[in-house]
Ligand binder design. Structure first.
Ligand SMILES: [Zn+2]
Length: 168
């Protein structure tokens, strides 16, 4: 993957589904790997359905890209094993803030992120903290080094490590 800038990312990632797709290309190189059994044989993409029941009123179709493994029959998204997994913050926002951090020579201020992405002060601080920590640790799912996004070996290390990464 080439150097990615905020304008380049803005062009490529306009919706939450785009953000998932971007991550899939980055981590899987377009070919899904099941995080549960490491199966690569065949995966089915589950087309998002319109919400039912209480949520039906919103009429909003989920933009999460969910896959089902033909080997173990379990469902997964590209976020399993990454620090984005289980977060209520949109993947799209995570990606932009990550690139902001990496594109900035002098560091990114929480207030800047807060204003630019319409976040609460608490969320902006949390995101910066979480991303910096993952990058420093170097074993996060993605590290951006010298302007290049490098996908770490997300699915290596087993469930305990994945759980550890997914927490918090
Ligand atoms: Zn599987």
């Amino acid at each position: 993957m080439n150097r990615i800038s905020i304008p380049a990312l803005s062009k490529q990632v306009q919706t939450e589904a785009d953000a998932y797709l971007f991550m899939e290309e980055l981590i899987w190189d377009g070919r899904p790997v099941c995080p549960h059994c490491a199966g690569v044989r065949k995966h089915y993409f589950l087309t998002p359905k319109a919400p039912e029941g209480r949520k039906a009123r919103t009429g909003k179709v989920s933009e999460r890209r969910v896959w089902k493994c033909a080997d173990c029959r379990r469902q997964f998204t590209v976020l399993v094993g990454t620090i984005f997994h289980g977060s209520k913050i949109p993947v799209k926002t995570w990606l932009f803030v990550l690139v902001e951090i990496c594109a900035s020579k002098d560091g990114v201020a929480a207030r800047e992120i807060e204003r630019k992405y319409d976040l609460t002060p608490k969320t902006a601080w949390f995101m910066l903290h979480r991303l910096r920590e993952a990058m420093t640790r170097g074993d996060g799912f993605t590290t951006l080094t010298a302007g290049t996004i490098v996908a770490d070996e997300v699915f290596i290390g087993g469930a305990s490590r994945r759980a550890k990464l997914a927490r918090g």
